[in-house]
Structures are given as structure tokens and as C-alpha cells.
Design a protein around this ligand. Structure first.
Ligand SMILES: *[C@@H]1O[C@H](CO)[C@@H](O)[C@H](O)[C@H]1NC(C)=O
Ligand SMILES: *[C@@H]1O[C@H](CO)[C@@H](O)[C@H](O)[C@H]1NC(C)=O
Ligand SMILES: *[C@@H]1O[C@H](CO)[C@@H](O)[C@H](O)[C@H]1NC(C)=O
Ligand SMILES: *[C@@H]1O[C@H](CO)[C@@H](O)[C@H](O)[C@H]1NC(C)=O
Ligand SMILES: *[C@@H]1O[C@H](CO)[C@@H](O)[C@H](O)[C@H]1NC(C)=O
Ligand SMILES: *[C@@H]1O[C@H](CO)[C@@H](O)[C@H](O)[C@H]1NC(C)=O
Ligand SMILES: *[C@@H]1O[C@H](CO)[C@@H](O)[C@H](O)[C@H]1NC(C)=O
Ligand SMILES: *[C@@H]1O[C@H](CO)[C@@H](O)[C@H](O)[C@H]1NC(C)=O
Ligand SMILES: *[C@@H]1O[C@H](CO)[C@@H](O)[C@H](O)[C@H]1NC(C)=O
Ligand SMILES: CC(=O)N[C@H]1CO[C@H](CO)[C@@H](O)[C@@H]1O
Length: 839
């Protein structure tokens, strides 16, 4: 921690006690090396936390975990669609309270990167741009379009003025040190109107006079003075577009988002750490984890199509706000190691680069007198050895060692001293003992407000994103002479192109469900259907599952049924029914009546006959539950449900779709952290529902009688759902004798005589109730599957039990002396592996 930073902390302590407040303002600028904060070069670690993806009561804890994890900066997008849901009607309350969020960051003594966008992508509905704007005449997003630019400028100026008015920019004593305009727009050469728009956006941003530098990410030709920054899994080879601009990385993806039907991506801590150190090794000055806390896409905010409600992202803080171990702890250790290097690094760029082997390189920063920091990298998957300044180093495959004194190793990206925590979704309340009531939604037309046309109306312009649902209904006459009535050869319904999903009802029977995207090459629905003589009704419930994001033109794509719908198998051949009369009904009745709210739920008569409640399409379910004791995060296990939406006390906790299983077999490939990462390399959850658990923020619960309403579209069993809490089940440590000593105690003088330590810690309110496994020697396996090796100190378990049982946290030095006699003197390096139960 340098003096500037302590000064900043002092200021905030003062702020708490002293009224009126005197704030210290910071001048933020930049040069070729880094951002300059009051003239000081800074090496900064940042993390994305998006305020609408959690609740205000969670913010202070998330931010303090970011600070404890060693971050300097919190980064968020600004969510225009949330702040201006209706043109000119602003919302900056609750989860949309941007000022409060920025002030929480300030209170914690962290800096802030405010990424205003206002196009943000972010796997957020429509990329964060309001749907009303798309519906305005002549508006085209993200191009040289006058009405679009006018609205965008109004919003950007509003946000900037709001931050200024609240004194939130650095020069006013606030936390905001940089701001972003647009987002990932120009990583490739743009067309002329798009390019003109990007340059206009840059100039408009600069004209708002925020007093802090502006950045544009993935905009290779961002004009001066805007800094162009990079987003990817690795960024070491990135170079900014001006010799006076620092190398900054705005999105280092800590994992990846999940889509329905796709496996859950994860990124090993060793590889993220490798990527960060490679970046800092080569003059990088600022890096941001996207995401540090991913959170939840509550309501209908998830982007699309097909982004799940969970936006966990395998981030260092999980969806529920609990730290994810070992990722959080390993990155924390790395941040401490980087801090030890900051003075040497911040003076200027690297002063030395040498190849120490085919894939082994050292980069060093030296301030010419006593401060020197070096990074030795091995970018080969095989382990390597190298000699630097007369000292020899062993480097695991795909790893980087940090030497804050150019001599002793403080950290290696592949040696994880941090514990692993295994989490449990623990059922605390089953619903079968509770009373469920149900109400059947009307199939097809339910209001007077019906649009008729002889073509399919596009869904976004028709439903205006006020709902996921749009009904398309038509009648089909079948003459008694049709052969299929006699020969049993059912006609086949075909749909060329539709998005995002449909449920097709033939004469009020749910016949098939499908999902797709427009313009996909094959026919998307091919379904035999039962028709009878006379009038048949075809009712298609079309659904959006998150409006899409994209570059220019994505707003013009549309959703709903497109192309042709036809029926094959009539005596006279194929019947194209696309241009016959279709009735369009926006939304569903229960939603319109707000029956998911306490008052609104009285608008309909609920049935309480529990014997017939399961597996019915288009059914609303209602029950009440009590909040679980304690303050563990709460979720609903909706694994037995099909597809729909869920509300607790009137708050939408999001879309659910457990029936959409992950069909991939990619999980079988395992995951080796070594080698270049990509979003399909490491995945889990194959064969399981895409998302089974749905976060219910504590602040939305009362102690008793919480109203839970589920709308089920295709059929599910509410009796098999349950309320769960998320807790730590087991913790593991796995530390070898040749790991670096603890970072807190690291000093150049003692580095080579200190031993590594292992710490394990259970969750809040828990203690270690048993030691399931302990072995000092050559244990193998991972947390959950440790096994003894040939070398094993018999005292291992007893020593760990004495040290840990009954405590929340325990620490032990990893050295032979701790375990009595050396169990295998011929074994050079031994390790300690421990698995402990928390309860
Ligand atoms: C801010 O710092 C930069 C670089 O140190 C300097 O050039 C500039 O004049 C300073 N601006 C203010 C307002 O102090
Ligand atoms: C400006 O900030 C003050 C003080 O926080 C606040 O009371 C006021 O509502 C703000 N005005 C605007 C227009 O945001
Ligand atoms: C880092 O910057 C310094 C000073 O500009 C330069 O000499 C050095 O080559 C750069 N190193 C890398 C790896 O780009
Ligand atoms: C190098 O760092 C040391 C320790 O922080 C400092 O005392 C010294 O002045 C620095 N030298 C230069 C040339 O900046
Ligand atoms: C087939 O088409 C002919 C000519 O349009 C019509 O007369 C006949 O009724 C149709 N047959 C059936 C089974 O609809
Ligand atoms: C509920 O049922 C009762 C009795 O059948 C009827 O009087 C009432 O109008 C119904 N209410 C609604 C909202 O449908
Ligand atoms: C992702 O990584 C896997 C495993 O290394 C590799 O087989 C695959 O080709 C990569 N995919 C892409 C798109 O790079
Ligand atoms: C999805 O997977 C679960 C768990 O493997 C299984 O029980 C269920 O039947 C599957 N559902 C579908 C629709 O395939
Ligand atoms: C530890 O390192 C210091 C300074 O780097 C050196 O003077 C000392 O001899 C080393 N001690 C051992 C035991 O290697
Ligand atoms: C700009 C950039 O590097 N984009 C890459 C980000 O990572 C994805 C997934 O690996 C790549 O497909 C992109 O090319």
C-alpha cells in the first residue's frame, strides 16, 4: 500500500466522522506507462460488478470482498434501459440507484471505472439500449443516425451531470478515475456511417468535460485523447494506438456466460492468473476482471437470445455473493504480489527481456537503484527450469513466477495456496407440505385487444417488449373428404423461421415446443399434428428469451414468426397458411392482471385441488413460504419445472427453463489449465438442466408468508421444488513445501527462509466439524477425491484435527517438522492435502 492509497483511506475515515466533509481531489491523467493519479503512475487491478445484477443490500459486501480480494478499482456499465424505461421517465431508485452504488465504492476507498456506453452489450436485454428508442421513427442504433445520436447524447450528458452534481469524479474527491463511451464497437474497420458515429461518440464524450480520461474498448482507432483498451482472455500482445497511451485491458474474462442448453463454462484460476501476469509482464498497467461478481439477470433483463437468468460467470465472487475458492483467494495472493512490484513497475516500462529457454522468458522492471521486479514465464505446457541472475528456478507448465526483488519468488500462477471451497445448495423447505394453488392461463385470445393481419406481425414492434409473449392464432378448415381423416397419416406442420421459442397448441392441446433463431438454414419446426373435420385452431405462443445484442443492425433483426408456416399432407398438397387471417394477442392474461402480486393474485380464482396440479401447460402456481433462518443466500430449486417465470413477493426473480437440458458431451474432455483458454475449453453441467437454482435476494424476503408465484408454460411439478440455502460444505487445502511463503509476511530478506502455510476456513457461522482427509507426503487427487500416495506421515490427520476441529479457521506451516519424523527423506518436495467438513 503506498502513501497515496493510505492517504485516500485516511480521507474516507475522516469522511465518516467529520462534518462538514473536506474531500481530497485527485487529478487523473495518463502517459505511455499508466494512468497517473495526482502525477503518480499506478498499476491497477479492477473488477466488474454490475449494480442491477444484485440488490443494494448486497453492494457493500460485494465491494468489501472486492477490496479484500486486492482490487483497486470497481467497474460497472450504466444500464440505460433500466434508468429510462419509458422515454423521459427516469428511474434511479433501488437496484437502479447508480449514485448510491458509486458512493459505496467510494466508501470502501476504491476507484471506479464508469462505463457509460450507453450501448453495453453485457448479455443484457437489447444490449442495454431501451426498446422505446428502437420504436421511435427512423431510429437506427449505433450508426450515424440523427435521432439515435440525439437521445444517446441526452442520456450520456444526464449521467455525467449526475456524477458531477454528486461530486463523484476524482477531481471532485469522488472515486471515478475513468469513463467509457460506446463498447466493443470498432475492433475491425467500420463502414463509413458507423465510423462517423464512433468518432462523433468520442468527440461528444470528450465535450462533456468529465475531467477524467475517457476510454473506448476494442475501438482500435479511438481518437485522441481517448485511450483505446482491449478485451479478451489474454491481452499481452495488445498495443494502444498512440505512443502516449497506456496499455489497458478492460475485460479479462474470468469465465464466460451461460446460455440455455449449453454447458456451464468455467475458467481455472491458474489460467486467469497466468493471463494477468503475462499482461503485467509486458508493460500492462490496468486490468479488469469481467466479471468479478456476475450476479443475476433478474426479471426479463437477460440478453439474448437464450442467456440464462444466472450470470454467475464463474467469477471470483459467485452469483450469490459468496467468495469462490480457490479463484478469489488465488487472485488475491497474486494482487498482493503485484503490489510488491508496483514501485518498480510504475517507474517506466520493462528494462530487461531475456529468453531463458525455448518458451521461458524473463521481463524485469528496475528503477535503476534498489527497486527491481521480475516476471519469469513458461508458456509451454511442460514444466521447465531456468537460471536468472545465477539463481535457478523451477517453473510449472503454463505458469509465471513473480519476483518482487528480482531474486525470490513471491507467487507462481500455477501454485495455488488458497483453499478450495465446495458449496452445497442445502434444501431447507420442501413445498409438498405446503399448499399450492393453481390457475390455468387462457390459450389464445383473452382480451378485446386483438390485432388481425394476413401476415405475421413482428414481435418486438407488436409487443414492445412489455412481455415475453405473443400469440399467433388462426383457423384451419378440414373437409370430411380429406384422406388423412381415414388413413391416419397425420398432416405435418412446418415453420421455416421463428425466434426465440414457440409452444404450438392444436385445438388447445400443447403439441410441440421449439426454439430457434431467424435465418437459420433449416426448417425449424416439423411436427405431425392431429386435425379433425371442420374448424381446427392453431395457436402459437411465441416468446422472446432476451432481446439480442450486437453490432450495427442488430436492432432491426426482429423476433417472432418469420417466413412461412405450412401444413403438408392435404389431398390437394401442401397448404401455405402464412397469408391467411392471423389474430395476434399480446401477452398473457395472468401477467396483465398482475396475479404474481399479492393484490393482483385476487383477480382470479385459484384452484386448490392438489391431486391434479402437476404437468399442466400454461399454468400459474401460487404458494407461501417462510424465509430460512440465518443469513445464508437463498435460492429456489426449480429443477422439476419446465419453462416459465418466477416471482417472489411480486419481484421477478427471472425466467426459468430447467427442461432445457445441456445436450453437450464436452464435459467429458476434462479441463487442463495449461494451453490457450477459450470459452468452450472447460465446461460442466452436461446432461443436466441448464439452470436449476434461482437466486432469491434476502432483501426481497420477509420472515414469514412470502408469496411465490410460478408461471409454467409447458408442464412441471411444483411439488418437487424447494427452498435452499447456499452454504460451504467442505474446504480443502493442497500446498507443497516448495510453494512461496504467505504474501502477508513476504519480505525480500526472509523469502528464502520462510515456509509456505496452509489455511482453511469455513463459511460464516460454521466450524470445522471433521477432518475427512489429511496427508503430508505425496497425496494425489483433488478436493473431494484426495488419496494417499506412497509417502504419508501417519500423524497427519491427528495434527490437523488438533489444530482445526471446532474452529472456523486454522492455519499450519507446511514443513516436515510439523509432522514428526520425515515420512520419506528421499522425496525432495512433499505436500499437505486436507479435506475438512464444515457445519
Ligand atoms: C494533472 O496532472 C497532469 C500530469 O501530471 C498535469 O499535466 C496537469 O496539469 C494536471 N492538471 C491539473 C488540473 O492539476
Ligand atoms: C444534485 O445533488 C444533490 C446533493 O446530493 C441532490 O440533492 C440533488 O437532487 C442533485 N440534483 C440532481 C439534478 O441530480
Ligand atoms: C515496455 O516499455 C518500454 C519503455 O517504453 C520499452 O522499452 C519495452 O520494450 C516495452 N516492453 C514490452 C514488452 O513491450
Ligand atoms: C527507486 O525506488 C526506491 C524505493 O522506493 C526509491 O527510494 C528510489 O528513489 C527510486 N529510484 C528512482 C530513480 O526513482
Ligand atoms: C382440392 O382443390 C379443388 C380445386 O380447388 C377443390 O375443388 C377440392 O374441393 C379440393 N379438395 C379438398 C379435399 O379440399
Ligand atoms: C370466483 O368464483 C366465484 C364463485 O364462482 C365468482 O363469484 C367470482 O366472480 C369469481 N371471481 C373471479 C375473479 O373470477
Ligand atoms: C478451444 O480449446 C479447445 C481445447 O484446447 C480446442 O480443442 C478448440 O479447438 C478451441 N476452440 C476454439 C474456437 O478455439
Ligand atoms: C434432463 O436431465 C435430467 C437429469 O439428468 C433428467 O432427469 C431429465 O429427464 C432430463 N429432461 C429432459 C427433458 O430430457
Ligand atoms: C536469503 O537471501 C538474502 C538476500 O537475498 C541472502 O543475503 C541470504 O544469504 C539468503 N539466505 C539463504 C539462507 O539463502
Ligand atoms: C478481441 C478478441 O480477442 N476477441 C476474442 C475474445 O475471445 C473470444 C473467445 O475466445 C474470441 O472468439 C475473440 O476473438
Amino acid at each position: 500500500m503506498d502513501t497515496l492509497f493510505s492517504l485516500l483511506l485516511c480521507t474516507f475515515r475522516l469522511l465518516i466522522f467529520a462534518v462538514p466533509v473536506s474531500v481530497i481531489a485527485y487529478n487523473v491523467s495518463y502517459d505511455y506507462r499508466s494512468l497517473l493519479i495526482d502525477g503518480q503512475h499506478r498499476i491497477l487491478n479492477s473488477g466488474s460488478i454490475h449494480y442491477p445484477r444484485s440488490t443494494p443490500d448486497m453492494w457493500p459486501d460485494l465491494i468489501s470482498k472486492a477490496k479484500e480480494g486486492g482490487l483497486d478499482v470497481v467497474d460497472t456499465y450504466v444500464f440505460w434501459d433500466q434508468h429510462e424505461p419509458v422515454k423521459g421517465k427516469y428511474n434511479f431508485q433501488g437496484r437502479q440507484d447508480l449514485v448510491r452504488f458509486v458512493k459505496e465504492v467510494q466508501k470502501a476507498g476504491l476507484f471506479m471505472n464508469l462505463r457509460i456506453g450507453p450501448y453495453i452489450s453485457a448479455e443484457w436485454n437489447f444490449g442495454g439500449l431501451p426498446v422505446w428508442l428502437h420504436l421511435e421513427p427512423h431510429v437506427v442504433f449505433r450508426t450515424d443516425n440523427v435521432p439515435f445520436k440525439a437521445q444517446m447524447e441526452t442520456f450520456v450528458r444526464k449521467v455525467v451531470n449526475m456524477m458531477k452534481n454528486e461530486s463523484l469524479f476524482a477531481w471532485q474527491g469522488g472515486p471515478i478515475i475513468i469513463a467509457q463511451i460506446e463498447n466493443e464497437f470498432g475492433s475491425w474497420p467500420l463502414g463509413t456511417p458507423e465510423h462517423a458515429y464512433a468518432m462523433w461518440a468520442a468527440q461528444m464524450a470528450v465535450s462533456t468535460k468529465t475531467g477524467v480520461p475517457w476510454i473506448m474498448c476494442l475501438q482500435f482507432d479511438a481518437p485522441d485523447p481517448i485511450i483505446n483498451t482491449f478485451n479478451s482472455y489474454y491481452a499481452d500482445d495488445f498495443t494502444p494506438n498512440g505512443a502516449d497511451k497506456p496499455k489497458m485491458w478492460t475485460e479479462n474474462w474470468t469465465g464466460w456466460f451461460q446460455s440455455y442448453g449449453k454447458p456451464t463454462p468455467f475458467r481455472p484460476a491458474e489460467d486467469i492468473s497466468f493471463a494477468v501476469l503475462r499482461f503485467f509482464q509486458k508493460n500492462g498497467s490496468f486490468q479488469n476482471y469481467y466479471m468479478y461478481h456476475g450476479g443475476t439477470n433478474f426479471g426479463r433483463t437477460s440478453g439474448g437470445p437464450f442467456i440464462t437468468t444466472s450470470y454467475d460467470y464463474d467469477a471470483p465472487i459467485d452469483e450469490y455473493g459468496l467468495i469462490r475458492q480457490p479463484k478469489w483467494g488465488h487472485l488475491k495472493d497474486m494482487h498482493q504480489a503485484i503490489k510488491l512490484c508496483e514501485q518498480a513497475m510504475a517507474r517506466g516500462g520493462t528494462t530487461l527481456h531475456q529468453w531463458l529457454g525455448p518458451d521461458v522468458e524473463v521481463y524485469a522492471y528496475s528503477n535503476a537503484t534498489e527497486k527491481c521486479a521480475a516476471f519469469i514465464s513458461n508458456s509451454n505446457s511442460a514444466d521447465a527450469a531456468a537460471t536468472f541472475n545465477g539463481v535457478s528456478y523451477k517453473l510449472p507448465g503454463w505458469s509465471i513466477s513473480v519476483l518482487p526483488d528480482c531474486r525470490n519468488v513471491a507467487f507462481n500462477s500455477a501454485k495455488i495456496s488458497a483453499q478450495t471451497s465446495m458449496m452445497l445448495m442445502m434444501p431447507v423447505q420442501d413445498f409438498d407440505v405446503l399448499e399450492w394453488e393453481w390457475y390455468t392461463e387462457k390459450i389464445g385470445i383473452w382480451s378485446e385487444n386483438v390485432l388481425k393481419d394476413t401476415r405475421f406481425l413482428e414481435q418486438i414492434s407488436t409487443a414492445k417488449d412489455s412481455t415475453d409473449y405473443l400469440w399467433y392464432i388462426t383457423n384451419l378448415q378440414v373437409s370430411q373428404r380429406e384422406s388423412f381423416l381415414a388413413n391416419g397419416k397425420d398432416p405435418v406442420l412446418k415453420i421455416d423461421s421463428m425466434r426465440d421459442a414457440v409452444h404450438i397448441f392444436i385445438n388447445d392441446e400443447l403439441t410441440v415446443s421449439a426454439q430457434g433463431v431467424w435465418g437459420s438454414p433449416s426448417i425449424e419446426v416439423v411436427q405431425p399434428i392431429k386435425l379433425h373435420e371442420g374448424t381446427n385452431t392453431i395457436s402459437i405462443l411465441s416468446m422472446t428469451v432476451g432481446l439480442q445484442t450486437g453490432a450495427t443492425g442488430y436492432d432491426l433483426t426482429g423476433t417472432g414468426i418469420e417466413g412461412s408456416v405450412y401444413v403438408e399432407g392435404f389431398d390437394n398438397g401442401t397448404l401455405d397458411i402464412s397469408s391467411q387471417l392471423w389474430e395476434h394477442q399480446v401477452g398473457i392474461r395472468g401477467e396483465k392482471l398482475h396475479i404474481y402480486e399479492r393484490g393482483g393474485s385476487e383477480n382470479v380464482n385459484w384452484s386448490s385441488d392438489a391431486t391434479v396440479l402437476a404437468n399442466k401447460p400454461l399454468t400459474w402456481y401460487k404458494t407461501f413460504f417462510d424465509a430460512p433462518q440465518g443469513d445464508d443466500p437463498v435460492a429456489l430449486d426449480l429443477g422439476s419445472m419446465g419453462k416459465g417465470q418466477a416471482w417472489v413477493n411480486g419481484q421477478s426473480i427471472g425466467r426459468f427453463w430447467p427442461a432445457y437440458n445441456v445436450t453437450s458431451d464436452a464435459c467429458a474432455n476434462g479441463c487442463d489449465y495449461r494451453g490457450a483458454f477459450n470459452s468452450s475449453k472447460c465446461v460442466s453441467n452436461c446432461g443436466q438442466p441448464s439452470q436449476r437454482w434461482y437466486h432469491v435476494p434476502r432483501s426481497w424476503l420477509k420472515p414469514k408468508d412470502n408469496l411465490l408465484v410460478l408461471f409454467e408454460e409447458i408442464g412441471g411439478d411444483p411439488l418437487k421444488t424447494s427452498v435452499v440455502v447456499r452454504v460451504v460444505e467442505k474446504v480443502c487445502g493442497n500446498v507443497a513445501e516448495d510453494y512461496p511463503p504467505p504474501l502477508e509476511k513476504w519480505s525480500s530478506a526472509l523469502a528464502n527462509v520462510s515456509f509456505p502455510e496452509m489455511s482453511i476456513e469455513c463459511g460464516k457461522g460454521q466450524t470445522i466439524s471433521s477432518i475427512n482427509f489429511a496427508s503430508f507426503g505425496t497425496p494425489t487427487g483433488q478436493c473431494g477425491s484426495f488419496a494417499r500416495g506412497l509417502c504419508h506421515a501417519p500423524s497427519s490427520r491427528l495434527i490437523m484435527e488438533r489444530r482445526c476441529l471446532g474452529l472456523r479457521k486454522c492455519t499450519i506451516v507446511v514443513a516436515t517438522v510439523m509432522f514428526g519424523e520425515d515420512p520419506c527423506p528421499d522425496q525432495e518436495v512433499k505436500r499437505l492435502a486436507v479435506e475438512a467438513q464444515c457445519s
